[in-house]
Design a binder for this molecule. Structure first.
Ligand code: 8YV
Length: 319
């Protein structure tokens, strides 16, 4: 008997085809967003669940999952939507999809940097609304990216690809992480022992840390004050790492020139002031949204399922 897999969202066709071939999938062709109660209901008789970051597996939801469920194979690299402690306590295996989305997310990060620095939101709006009437030497003047210092907070897989891409813009790379990377991974990037020590070196600051109790509101008013005046902040990791009130205050005061954001606290009901600010370039959590990457994420999640149901240790086990 093929294992039953509850798939919570509509996934790429080739991913669903492979699931149909090797599993008994319960699919969601209408891509309906399920509540915790609906997931519990639909998981009846399922051996596994393949969710996205949009489904929250709190301790309360995990406690009520049917006994048959053995594994949560996330279609995501981040797993802050799963209470891994509760999963562990229940003997649930949890996996994620690292590596396969680093390139796409790094591309989006470069887009955030360029978009924020070159005022992409303003420019696009001017053209679309026919408010673009003229040209002058002072029209839409932004900040140059080339040759600037880029600080990367969180030098993991995505952060390191961002460093590589940014070197193509002749940027000088600085970083902070819990521990220093090997010289090979650093590839010339300059390590700073604490986020506070990193800040003064960032003309651009890119956040690539994981969401954890330690990183909630990591970028707060104190850290922002340590950035050079006029710095630009971009975030393609998780919204919780930013104190929105502090960032908005700095964008309004001119302490920061601009920000580029793909992730937010309380998505999609983001802090309303972001929508009012012209110096923020806003994207709707699409870091990994390329055809290639979404297929690779699905295949990686299925590889993890295959391992579990073959009695092997899955490659990307996080709990
Ligand atoms: C995905 C992400 O779009 O993988 C992650 O952690 O944040 C995004 O790239 C989403 O999580 C898919 O579930």
């Amino acid at each position: 008997m093929k294992p039953v897999v509850l798939v919570t969202r509509k996934l790429p066709d080739s991913v669903e085809d492979r699931l149909r071939r090797d599993y008994n999938p319960i699919l969601n062709p209408g891509d309906v967003l399920y509540s915790g109660d609906e997931i519990i209901e639909r998981a009846k008789g399922a051996d596994a669940i393949m969710p996205c970051h949009t489904e929250k597996f709190s301790a309360a939801v995990i406690a009520r999952l049917p006994e048959s469920v053995r594994v949560i194979a996330n279609f995501s690299v981040g797993y802050d939507h799963v209470d891994t402690e509760a999963a562990r306590a229940r003997g649930l295996i949890v996996t994620n999809t690292p590596e396969v989305l680093s390139d796409a997310t790094a591309e989006l990060t470069m887009m955030l940097m360029l978009g924020a620095a070159r005022r992409a939101s303003e420019g696009e709006r001017l053209v679309r609304t026919r408010e673009w009437k003229d040209w002058s030497p002072s029209f839409m003047v932004g900040t140059q990216v080339t040759g600037k210092r880029l600080g990367i907070l969180g030098f993991g897989r995505v952060g390191r690809v961002v460093a590589k891409r940014a070197r193509g813009f002749d940027m000088e790379i600085h970083y902070n992480d819990i521990k220093r990377a090997s010289p090979e991974l650093e590839a010339g990037a300059i390590f700073h022992k604490t986020p506070a020590e990193l800040m003064p070196h960032c003309d651009f600051l890119a956040l690539h840390c994981v969401a954890s109790p330690q990183t909630v509101k990591l970028l707060n008013a104190e850290l922002i004050a340590l950035l050079p005046d006029g710095a630009i902040v971009v975030n393609a990791s998780r919204g919780v790492v930013i104190d929105d009130d502090a960032l908005i205050a700095a964008l309004k005061s001119g302490k920061l020139t601009a920000a580029g954001l793909d992730v937010y606290n309380n998505e999609p009901d983001i802090h309303p002031e972001y929508r009012q600010l012209t110096n923020v370039f806003l994207m709707p959590h699409i870091g990994s949204a390329t055809k290639e990457t979404r297929i690779a994420m699905g295949f990686r999640a299925i590889d993890n399922l295959d391992a579990v149901f073959a009695g092997k240790e899955p490659r990307d086990r996080v709990a």
